[in-house]
Design a protein. Structure first.
Length: 252
């Protein structure tokens, strides 16, 4: 029997996410432990952090063994605050404060971890309505429009020539290095961008100038490839009249 099978048999699963993200332990029942952030869920709804009343029965417990650079206690407090901001009712907690020098660190760690949590169906669901995410639609007219950017020292011209095909014209200038998180590590977007660049490693020089057209699947991928994301790329690319690609294609 494999270790994974043993874990399933014991109604527990451990996911090793590497040194940058730590470990996630999934189970149907577990108690809080020092140095481990503990989240209690009822299906996909977060109902408790750190502690839970005896009358409440979680259907899933998520325990996050944070990397050395992340204090589990501060991360729990960060989650409590985040849930409170979104109107999610949790157990009463008397301590919400996160030291000022830890707030950015916790936010960046959550940003890196949240895509994995989402894949597990464990969203930090808000009970308040949120504005719908902007949608953009390709058509044959926009395919003929030249869009350019000079964001963060990059220079590039692109065409959104098909629904799932955006071309960066040869001669584009890319950002050479990504910015690191406060813990000195690459964030999720930067890691994805690095992988994307590796797939097109023969398309640009050591000075990060493209020597051939690069075809990607979306505007967001273009932003990751050129400048490691971290901005709304729909607003960074403009036509010769300064009209953004967002204005050209947003569905109202």
């Amino acid at each position: 029997m494999t270790e994974l099978e043993k874990n399933w048999q014991n109604e527990q699963l451990k996911l090793d996410l590497g040194a940058d993200l730590g470990e996630i332990l999934l189970s149907t029942t577990a108690t809080a432990q020092p140095g481990i952030a503990t989240l209690y869920y009822e299906n996909s709804k977060l109902i408790g952090v750190q502690s839970l009343s005896a009358e409440k029965k979680p259907t899933r417990v998520v325990q996050i063994k944070t990397p050395e650079a992340i204090e589990a206690e501060y991360f729990e407090r960060f989650i409590i605050n985040k849930a409170k901001e979104k109107g999610i009712k949790l157990e009463d907690h008397t301590e919400y404060s996160v030291p000022a020098n830890q707030q950015k660190i916790m936010a960046e760690y959550w940003q890196d971890l949240s895509p994995i949590m989402t894949l597990l169906g464990l969203n930090l669901v808000s009970s308040k309505s949120r504005p719908a995410k902007a949608r953009h639609r390709w058509d044959s007219k926009v395919a003929k429009v030249k869009f350019s950017t000079v964001y963060e020292g990059t220079q590039a011209t692109i065409y959104w020539r098909k629904r799932n095909e955006v071309v960066i014209l040869s001669g584009a200038k890319m950002k050479s290095e990504p910015e690191l998180n406060a813990n000195g590590k690459l964030g999720f977007a930067a890691r994805f961008a690095t992988q994307l660049r590796q797939e097109h490693v023969n398309s640009f020089t050591e000075d990060f100038i493209t020597v051939e057209d690069v075809v990607l699947k979306s505007i967001n991928e273009v932003g990751l490839f050129l400048y490691f994301g971290n901005t709304n790329s729909w607003l960074q690319f403009k036509d010769e009249n300064n009209r953004t690609i967002d204005e050209w294609t947003i569905v109202k």
